[in-house]
Design a protein around this ligand. Structure first.
Ligand code: ZN
Length: 413
């Protein structure tokens, strides 16, 4: 599927050292430095295109964009792939509710999403893949699982035995009762009669009335949610060179830790024989006015609507990185006001002929980002540099700092 427009990334002075990027790996529950490599593979789970792009989506994709930017700034290549879950129950349910064709609804939301990503300066993925176009590779992946791991059929639907993966559950650190509860809440079917284990996951669903279906060796139907990402990630990213991991980074919101990323990893391991990702990185949820932002509460804030109302996408980006990516946090008017204020202060300071020394603040920013994307420390450094400049400090080069802010934080001033 067509990705979105390329974002310009200015160069950073080559003599500035970059520490190895350390990220919190939720599978090992610790901060780990990524190994030094000349290229990295990153897969970030995309949207289900019925409701794009709310602030929670934006916060997630900005976070992985920061990782992408940091790794590129070190001189490495980043192969970044993202999917679009354009076959899934929530999409069909929304299309039915609104009496629209599901594929037209998906097309319109994907277009909206692309525009939002451009506005937010997110570097586009190398491959942006919809499930509809990935059906052949998904069928191939399921066929591989059928030969390497136990699967079975319940009323013409094909299931994978998740506990055949000896590491099942180790990535999400949940007990079986916890998994069962979350599985039921997030699209799973633990109580379906005929399943060998309530947590077993659907690989292929036979065609239901009013839903699309594709021919396959498992009957006419459609894939389950989790196998979509396993198949796309392995097809586009695993070059077979690394014998231990298929990819470096699996990313998404913390609501994907279970079941989505646990199930995708278990299936992927059945296909490739390797652990799926070196590092599982998850972003916190964005709430509004003290409440969780969700479609059921109807309190989602959409990027396109905010931008249409005149809010600068750069201010949205800055506000979303003002606090740490991994924590659940609230969106408030004062958060946005502070971001607008900092953006204005930086713009004024950077337009001065004489500015405070810039090398030290760039180094501070790089060091903070290398430490599990400590964006608040990076922004504090920029705020204090602006204050010093406005107080008359001299000796810096504004262009150098402006390029570094754009390159590393994705904020063009
Ligand atoms: Zn996914």
């Amino acid at each position: 599927m067509k990705s979105w427009a390329q974002v310009y990334i200015p160069p950073i002075d080559s003599d500035i050292p970059f520490p190895q990027l350390s990220l919190y790996n939720s599978a090992t529950e610790s901060n780990e430095s990524l190994p030094k490599k000349s290229f990295y593979q990153m897969y970030v789970c995309g949207i289900t295109p019925y409701d794009a792009t709310h602030l929670g989506h934006a916060a997630t994709y900005i976070t992985f964009d920061l990782i992408n930017r940091y790794l590129r700034a070190t001189g490495a290549q980043v192969d970044f792939v993202q999917n679009i879950t354009d076959i899934d129950d929530p999409l069909f349910e929304r299309a039915k509710r609104d009496n629209v064709d599901w594929s037209e609804l998906a097309t319109s939301q994907i277009e909206l999403f692309r525009g939002d990503m451009v506005d937010l300066h997110i570097i586009p993925p190398k491959d942006y893949i919809g499930v509809v176009e990935a059906i052949p590779m998904i069928i191939e992946s399921i066929s591989k699982i059928k030969t390497s791991a136990p699967t079975y059929v319940v009323d013409s639907d094909l299931y994978f035995e998740v506990h055949s993966d000896s590491d099942f559950g180790k990535r999400s650190h949940l007990s079986d009762p916890e998994m069962l509860e979350i599985f039921a809440q997030r699209g799973g079917d633990p109580s379906r009669v005929g399943k060998r284990d309530p947590l077993d996951v659907l690989l292929w669903l036979h065609q239901r009335e009013g839903e699309p279906g594709w021919d396959s060796p498992f009957g006419k139907g459609r894939p389950g949610w989790h196998i979509e990402c396993s198949a796309i990630a392995l097809h586009y990213l695993d070059d077979g060179l690394d014998k231990q991991y298929s990819i470096d980074i699996q990313g998404g919101g913390s609501d994907l830790i279970f079941p989505h990323h646990e199930m995708s990893a278990a299936q992927s391991k059945a296909i490739s024989g390797k652990e799926f990702a070196r590092s599982y990185v998850h972003t916190g949820m964005i709430g509004l006015d003290g409440e969780k932002m969700s479609k059921s509460k109807g309190n989602l804030l959409f990027v396109s609507k905010m931008v249409n109302e005149g809010i600068s996408p750069m201010a949205i980006r800055l506000a979303l990185i003002a606090q740490h990516y991994s924590v659940d946090r609230m969106w408030t008017q004062s958060l946005l006001d502070d971001a607008v204020e900092l953006l204005e202060k930086l713009t004024i300071a950077l337009s001065r002929e004489e500015v405070a020394p810039t090398k030290p603040v760039i180094v501070e920013m790089i060091n903070a980002l290398s430490n599990n994307l400590d964006t608040s420390t990076a922004l504090e450094a920029l705020s204090s540099w602006s204050d010093k400049t406005l107080e008359g400090s001299m000796g810096g080069e504004a262009g150098e700092l402006s390029r570094a802010i754009d390159s590393l934080l994705g904020i063009a001033i």
